[in-house]
Write a protein that binds this ligand. Structure first.
Ligand SMILES: C[C@H](N)C(=O)N[C@@H](CCCCN)C(=O)O
Length: 632
């Protein structure tokens, strides 16, 4: 009654007003998450001075943590605080984490000698690790709660509105991601500081921190309008206990004197409700199918690490537009926003005319697409390697002072330093494009300008009789990057097409195949595949230790193809179910007399049995009464 009255009082065009606050919250939260993640690997490499492998490993450990914590969030929400309070408390933790990251990136805090580089790197590393841990706890913890809390705002008969809400929700995720991956790399490329001007990672982390505070405020503002379901008790714990009892009971009754049972879960019947056991069987069937899925995420999430590092060795000059390496990640949300409607309204219906393009088949094709994306990345890498020398570090320049006196050299934002007579400066990092250096001594000053390409490196020789521009000789240590960043577009296209087929379909599949009270369990299981996928990156990169980057890409593509074949075989033997139909058989139990009760239970169990041996149906649409028999 409370739920209906809450919803009826606050509706616009048939939608509860409360969902407005939830989608805005999601937009800001995803902005915060993806904005921070976009510049993370470059922060590791250029601010903390880690090498590519360490940067990639810590990046994937962080992403894995973000997808492990949803289980914790779901447990806290279901068994203790409820979704509303869990979102509020964990969002506060999340915002503190983002602020900690922003502070960790202020180089001036430990730059005692004011040379532009932090003097106590341990402080910055420790701060950023604490920040990342809090962010992982916050973002992962609220992940299963926010979407489910949105779903809770609709009543049973608002199935259509709820579906539209989830589509808008997905668009908000990608809208937030798109905007932030454009904006934070721009902020990161600016120069800022109190004593010296350096790349502004603190601002690139600070803006996502501010957006997380906005997300929290928006969510709190909507407080009076939400339907807040009470915590229902922890179903995840019940599931684990029931499985644990089935296993221990089976082990206790090993002897031949005990009659066998059809399914090992049936050993839980001595203590647990038959409905719960049937529901767990449905969930286990889907979880078994999930086993090969992490490999997809292993490839997918390397967009933010290996692919961004790859882009740093490419030319981002698009005429009027200069693209930062980390901005290439925007291609993904742009393609998502265009591909999802095209796939739904055109591609899927067209394919459906030729073959029955079931969810599991779509997911298999999605995996193949991701493998193709990595083959493309490998080919691009070969192209880059043809042009890329290894010495000295790219995007830098140094000056050699041939004059009989000390000279100062600087350019806006970069102070190259005081160079003693007949000595040389360190390499300094400058932006691409036209750079004007000012060179001055006690007696004279002049300007020297030069065009810098992406990734190029020069040594400038200042002769004894400096008049300037025409006197300085430049030696090109490293040629500018010639492989254009546009070459990455095909790999982004394939990985995103793969994401639409795999991720969007997989989410829907997990939802449709889960019993009502265990949808959160399966969502947490689905997110767990992302976490495991990110751990696999660490394991493969660590174990394989392949010196050539292109070969590592091809290795990942090959691994995914093998896994894809295994998945397609497993999917072939999967039979789609309608959980509601199965549950209904058990629900009737309470209404009927003992005899009927037995018959119903028998019927329900047979239905589960039939489903697990492959003769039941999947409708793919809850409103459709005509059930089609479908395999794979
Ligand atoms: C921005 C991206 N295209 C997206 O839609 N992300 C979703 C799903 C993430 C799945 C695991 N990496 C999101 O919820 O952020």
């Amino acid at each position: 009654v409370k739920r209906s009255s809450t919803l009826n009082n606050n509706k616009v065009l048939g939608y509860p007003i409360s969902i407005f606050f939830i989608v805005v919250n999601e937009f800001c939260e995803r902005f915060s998450y993806y904005g921070m993640r976009a510049v993370l690997v470059l922060y590791f490499k250029y601010f903390l001075r880690w090498d590519n492998d360490l940067a990639t490993s810590i990046y994937h450990t962080f992403v894995a943590l973000c997808y492990l914590t949803p289980i914790l969030g779901a447990i806290i929400a279901d068994s203790w605080l409820g979704k509303f309070k869990t979102i509020i408390y964990l969002s506060i933790v999340y915002a503190i984490g983002q602020v900690t990251m922003a502070v960790s990136a202020i180089h001036d805090i430990t730059d005692k000698d004011r040379d532009g580089t932090p003097d106590n790197m341990t402080f910055h590393v420790a701060m950023s690790m604490v920040g990342l841990f809090l962010i992982a706890l916050g973002t992962g913890g609220i992940k299963p709660c926010v979407s489910a809390f949105g779903g809770d705002q609709f009543s049973e008969h608002q199935e259509k509105q709820r579906r539209t809400f989830f589509s808008v929700f997905y668009l908000c995720i990608n809208g937030g991601s798109l905007l932030s991956t454009i904006i934070t790399p721009i902020l990161r490329a600016q120069e800022c500081g109190i004593y010296t001007q350096e790349k502004c990672y603190s601002l690139a982390f600070g803006v996502p921190a501010a957006l997380m505070v906005v997300a929290l405020v928006v969510f709190i503002v909507g407080s009076g309008m939400y339907y807040k379901a009470e915590p229902q008790g922890n179903i995840m714990l019940d599931v684990c206990k029931c499985i644990g009892f089935a296993i221990s009971n089976r082990v206790r009754h090993r002897g031949k004197q005990y009659p066998k049972r059809k399914h090992w879960m049936d050993w839980a019947e001595d203590r647990y409700d038959k409905l719960l056991i049937a529901q767990i069987k449905m969930v286990l069937k889907v979880l078994f199918l999930y086993i090969p899925l992490p490999m997809f995420w292993t490839l997918f999430d390397q967009k933010g690490s290996r692919w961004t590092l790859q882009a740093t060795t490419m030319d981002g000059n698009f005429g009027a537009l200069v693209i930062q390496p980390d901005q290439m990640q925007t291609v993904n949300p742009i393609l998502i926003l265009t591909l999802v409607p095209i796939m739904d309204s055109l591609i899927y219906p067209l394919i459906q005319k030729c073959v029955n393009f079931t969810p599991l088949r779509r997911m298999t094709v999605g995996m193949l697409m991701a493998a193709i994306a990595f083959v493309c990345a490998g080919l691009v890498q070969i192209e880059i390697d043809k042009t890329l020398p290894t010495f000295p570090s790219a995007s830098q320049s140094q000056f050699v002072n041939g004059m009989g006196m000390a000279l100062n050299v600087s350019t806006p934002g970069v102070y190259v330093g005081l160079i003693d007579s007949s000595y040389y400066s360190n390499y300094s990092l400058v932006n691409n494009g036209k750079i004007i250096f000012t060179i001055w001594s006690d007696t004279q000053a002049c300007n020297y300008s030069r065009e810098f390409g992406f990734g190029s490196s020069y040594t400038f020789y200042i002769p004894g009789n400096l008049v300037c521009q025409n006197d300085i000789t430049a030696t090109e240590d490293i040629k500018p990057n010639t492989a254009h960043m546009a070459l990455q577009i095909p790999q982004y296209f394939f990985i995103t097409a793969g994401e639409v087929m795999f991720s969007v379909t997989g989410l829907e599949f997990s939802y449709s195949q889960a019993p009502n009270n265990m949808k959160a369990v399966l969502q947490a299981g689905w997110l767990l595949t992302v976490a495991i996928g990110n751990f696999i990156v660490l394991i493969v990169a660590e174990v394989a230790k392949i010196p050539e980057q292109w070969a590592e890409y091809i290795l990942f593509a090959s691994l995914l193809i093998v896994v894809c074949v295994i998945f397609s075989i497993m999917a072939h033997f999967y039979t789609y179910i309608n959980p509601a139909e199965i549950e209904a058989q058990f629900m009737k139990k309470g209404d009927d007399n003992d005899e009927d009760d037995k018959k119903q239970l028998q019927k329900g169990m047979e239905m589960v049995k039939r489903n697990s041996t492959g003769s039941h149906s999947y409708d793919g649409d809850d409103d459709d009464d005509e059930r089609k028999k479908t395999k794979m």
